[in-house]
Each structure stands twice: as C-alpha cells, then as structure tokens.
Design a protein around this ligand. Structure first.
Ligand code: DGT
Ligand code: CA
Ligand code: CA
Ligand code: ZN
Length: 582
C-alpha cells in the first residue's frame, strides 16, 4: 500500500513550498491531500483504479494526476522539481523539535544555513538569535532541540517513557480534577522503544475550551517541563526532564463522550487503526477520534470496548494492536487469553553479590516473597564471565549447599539453585555436566564474541541446547536497546532446535534487553517452545521488572500456558527432568 508514502510526499511538497514562500492556497491544499490520503483505510491504488479517488473531497484534478504519476512511475515530477530548488539536506531541519517550515525559511534565506551542522554554527556565533522574531531564548531552544535529536536519535526505552508518563499523569490527576487520564500511543502498547509519550485527559467538566486551556497551560508550565513545543486549547507538547533523558510528551484534552474513541485512536498503532477503519467503512460506518458513527448518529464513543464490539470484534488488548493478525482473530473470537503479571509465580533469573549482584540470597528471597513469588532461582554467572565476577566450580558447589540451607530455614518461598552458564566459543558449557546435574535449573547464554558471523553464533547456541542440563537459553540475541545490536543469530533455527531439544527460551524482562522480543516470542510459541520470563535482577529492585517481560510476551501473543514460570516449582522441575532423561 502506497498511502503513507503518498501522504508523506504531499506533506513534503507543502513543506518545501512553505520554505520557498509559495502560494498559501496551494500549500494548504497539499496539506489537505496529505491528511486525507494518510487517513484512507483502503489502498489508494485500488481507489484510483475504480475511479473513487476522484470523488474524495479534497483531492482535486492536479493532485489526482500527481498520485497517478507516482503510482505508475514511483516518482512525481512536481515533487522532484520542488526538491531540486532547495539544498538536499534542508528538509532534515524540520525534524528538530520546535522548528517548522517558517523557521527553516528564515535561517536558509537570511543565514544561508542548509543543514543541521551549519545551523549549530549559526546558533553558536549568535546570528540565529539576531534574526527578526528569533532572539536568545528561541535560539537556545533550537540548540536544545538539536541536542535532543542527536542524543535520542528519536527514540527512548520503554522504562524511560513510563517514568515520564507517570510523572505527567500524577501531575494531571492533581491539577485537572478530571476522572479519566489515559496513557495512549506506543507506551500503552508497551512497545520496546518509544518515539513520544501520548496522554489523554477527559471527563465530567473537562469539555469546555476554557477547561482544556487551563489544563494544557498547567502542563506546559509545570516544573518538570524543559521546553514547550506547542500549547493550545486542547493539546500541549513539551519536552520534560526525567532522571535519565528528556522526553517528548503530548497531552490532549478530549471530550468526555469521545473518550473511548480517542483512547482507541491515539493508542494506535496506525496500522491497526487503518485496519479497523477498513472494517467500519465496509459496515457503512465512520470511525474517527470522536466516535463510531452511523450517519450522524454516534453509536460508540465514551467506552473503548464499545468501538470494537459495535464493529463485530472482540476487544483487542493494546499490546496486540500492531496489525499482526489481531483484527482477524478478534473477528473469529480467536484472540489469545493473554498472560498477565498476576499469573507469574516465580522468577528464575537473578544474581547475588557472589557474582555481579548487590544482595545476598536471603535478601533476594525475602524481596521476592514480599512480591508474592512462590519460588526463585539463584543464577549467578560462571567462571568464564570474568567481568561479571563469575563463580568457580568450587564456589558454585558451596553456593548450592548454602542455598539448600537457607531454603530449609526460610518459610513461604522456595529457593532453587541454578547458574547462568556461559556458552563458550565452541558451544561447550563453562561447567561440566556433573556439576550442572546438581542444579535445579540451568540457564545458558552467550556473553562474548557476539559480533561473530551468523553461522558461528547460531551453531554455538544450538550446541548448548543439545546439553541435557540446559533448561533455558537466556537473552538469546544479546541486544541492549539503544546500545548494542542483536547478534546476527538465525532465530528460526534456534526456535526449531529449542522445540526439538525441549529447551525453553527466556524473555529477559530487563527493559534494556526485552530479549526474546515480541515477534520472536510469537514464533517460539507457534513452534511449541516454552518461555521463561526472567528479570535478570541484580538487586531486590530488579525483581520488579517482571512486568516488562510479561508485556513483551503478551505482545508476542503469549497465553498463561505458554510461560513456564506460571507453573508451580514442582511442575517446572518435573518438566526439566524430562529433558534430563530422568
Ligand atoms: P511512537 O510515538 O513513534 O512510539 O508511536 P505511536 O504509536 O505512539 O505514534 P504517535 O505518537 O505518532 O501517534 C499516536 C497514535 O495516534 C498512533 O499510534 C495512531 C494515531 N495516529 C497518529 N497519526 C495518525 C494518522 O495520521 N492516522 C491514523 N489513522 N492514526 C494516527
Ligand atoms: Ca507516541
Ligand atoms: Ca505523539
Ligand atoms: Zn543474567
């Protein structure tokens, strides 16, 4: 479907024309076409073929010709002609928070700035501040916008976004006095990285423009706000400061009667929404952020569930809204009964101060018990993980004894003995089988040579799974979000071999990792591979990360039965015995 491409094309033409100072009327008409096409659920190519595109309000003759040209040739002369009239990197300036086409026009015309590097220079030598309508304040806001852009390369981790969302939600709860505050967008879907945080506010007494303006005003002037990007009667955008990074947050005040429709619309994903709108159109209904309409009559709006139900669908949980088959499943009453945090009965991946953790066995056990866990497994690193202060065979043997003793003494939680054993370069394990046989649960993982070729890292992992004592492969790709690429590992082969050898795969809950990631969880489940969700905690606080792993597994369509640490400790042990051939 070329809709998104075409929408972007018209938007860019409008941007360039605005930078060049062309006719306002034509600019607006291009913007309108971009919006209309971006919102059509049906393939533009089909609409063009059937002649329906010409009927759509806002798409005039000349736009129609450009669309046709683009579909036929993959390019549009008018667009290329416009681009040829400006320096090639100039449009990248539009990505800076707070810089629009007018700003670009000013720095380009008056300062001959053509890219971000030159803009930085112009800010430093003071010439941006001297531009009419700019000033020191605006110049330094742009500098911070550039720093922000560079630092984040656009996206942040889910934990960072959730921290920002919590700050803003708490604030809005206080100042708005309104009942409904809903995080939307990719944060609500629990995506692994987040572009910006979207929050909706609404409820009784919040529908007037006055109330909206007051709430947005309060938000954009709050202590935690670093920069205001926009502030209107119903929407505010700001960069807020969290402990680790600046975060872009959009707040929208939405009408009470439309709250459910707005939650649906702004939760996205865009692709999911396009599919949903397709269904509405087929049923001769209209769906937008204000409600679901039959002619003029609103048939759903206040409650999100109603939107799905009135479209003949089961309610789709936000974590599934990625256009990965969820709409079809919702129609067929075949959505999975997703795993929830409360289903998890224990945590089988954590480190003590015997390797690189911060607490001892008893401290972790007590914290886990307070969280409601029935069991934990201690899995310190093995001897080859020198940087992680891995345990020698002798130390591990001692730790096993120590764990058995503490387990005897402590009531209300079972402590299992385990290890996170390195998979060596040749695929062998860092401890011999005799020692591994003493453990209840063995995690194997790669911590070195992650840049090796695909064949090598894949074979290493497959070979580790052949060991009867290896219960689970931890963080199978080794990625660290925003910091280290995933290994080039053949995940289909890993999953197939895991199924064959009855080896489980870990969903590492640490928000830096989320490894397996959602789509790999789905592949593993479809292949019948069991999943363990482990926090990889290095302190009692780390045990609290379980929810990130649960959300990731749920994004991979995991039901309770797909996740092994929803079972009792006894059931898990008896399953592991099966692989050990006992
Ligand atoms: P992000 O911020 O990049 O992590 O991802 P989202 O999904 O939060 O995207 P965002 O913040 O641009 O927009 C929030 C939601 O609003 C998005 O998931 C779906 C909806 N939305 C935004 N723009 C459009 C649009 O042009 N058409 C449709 N159908 N939905 C849109
Ligand atoms: Ca967003
Ligand atoms: Ca947004
Ligand atoms: Zn670990």
């Amino acid at each position: 479907m070329k809709n998104a491409l075409l929408s972007g094309l018209f938007d860019q033409m409008a941007d360039v024309m605005e930078i060049l100072g062309e006719d306002r009327f034509r600019i607006n008409s291009y913007r309108k076409v971009a919006r209309v096409i971006g919102d059509i659920p049906t393939d533009v190519e089909d609409l063009l073929a059937s002649g329906e595109l010409a009927q759509i309000p806002g798409v005039g003759k000349s736009s129609l010709a450009k669309i046709e040209e683009f579909i036929k040739t993959g390019a549009t002369k008018a667009h290329q002609e416009l681009l040829s009239r400006i320096p090639p990197e100039l449009p990248t300036l539009l990505a800076i928070p707070g810089v629009g086409p007018k700003g670009v026009k000013a720095v380009y015309e008056q300062l001959k700035v053509t890219n971000i590097a030159e803009l930085k220079d112009a800010i430093e030598n003071g010439s941006v501040a001297e531009l009419p309508g700019f000033g020191e304040k605006k110049a330094s806001a742009i500098a911070r916008g550039i720093a922000f852009l560079e630092q984040l390369s656009g996206r942040i981790r889910l934990d960072q976004a959730l921290e920002a969302a919590e700050t803003v939600r708490g604030f809005l709860r206080e100042v708005s006095g309104l009942a409904r505050i809903q995080t939307a967008g990719s944060v609500r879907r629990r995506a692994e990285t987040i572009g910006d945080v979207d929050i909706l506010v609404g409820g009784k007494g919040g529908d007037s423009e006055e109330a909206g303006g007051r709430i947005i005003q309060a938000f954009t002037t709050a202590d935690f706000v670093r920069d205001v990007l926009a502030a209107g009667p119903t929407k505010g955008s700001a960069i807020i400061q969290t402990q680790s990074v600046p975060v872009h947050v959009d707040v929208r005040v939405v009408p009470e009667r439309s709250f459910g429709a707005a939650a649906q619309y702004f939760t996205g994903s865009k692709d999911h929404n396009v599919r949903l709108r397709e269904i509405a159109v087929k049923a001769k209904l209209k769906l937008n952020e204000y409600g679901l309409f039959k002619g003029e009559k609103m048939i759903a709006g206040p409650q999100e569930e109603e939107i799905y139900h009135k479209l003949g669908l089961d309610y789709v949980e936000p974590v599934l809204r990625e256009d990965r088959g969820e709409i079809k499943a919702a129609k067929n009453r075949a959505l999975p009964d997703l795993i929830q945090l409360g289903d998890v009965r224990g945590d089988l991946h954590m480190h003590t101060n015997a390797s690189d953790g911060a607490s001892d066995v008893a401290e972790l056990a007590r914290a886990a018990k307070d969280m409601g866990h029935e069991y934990i497994c201690i899995t310190d690193h093995s001897k080859s993980s020198a940087i992680a202060n891995g345990l020698s065979a002798k130390k591990l043997a001692q730790q096993i004894e120590q764990i058995r003793a503490i387990n005897e003494k402590l009531n209300g939680i079972t402590i299992l003995a385990g290890s996170e054993v390195d998979i060596l370069a040749n695929g062998a394990l860092d401890f011999d089988d005799e020692l591994l046989a003493e453990l209840d649960f063995v995690i194997a993982s790669i911590h070195s040579g992650m840049g090796s070729p695909r064949e090598k890292v894949t074979t290493r992992t497959l070979k580790a799974m052949d060991n009867p004592y290896v219960s689970c492969i931890a963080h199978p790709t080794g990625r660290l979000i925003g910091q280290r690429e995933a290994m080039d590992i053949d995940m289909a082969a890993v999953i197939e071999h895991a199924a064959r050898t009855h080896t489980a795969l870990e969903v590492n809950a640490n928000p830096w990792r989320l490894d397996l990631k959602d789509v790999h969880c789905k592949m593993a489940i479809e292949a019948g591979v069991g999943l363990f969700i482990g926090t990889d905690a290095h302190s009692p606080a780390g045990l609290g990360l379980m929810g990130f792993g649960v959300a990731t597994a749920a994004r991979g369509w995991a039901a309770k039965a797909d996740v092994l640490n929803t079972l009792s400790a006894a059931k898990i042990i008896s399953r592991l015995r099966h692989k050990r051939g006992k």
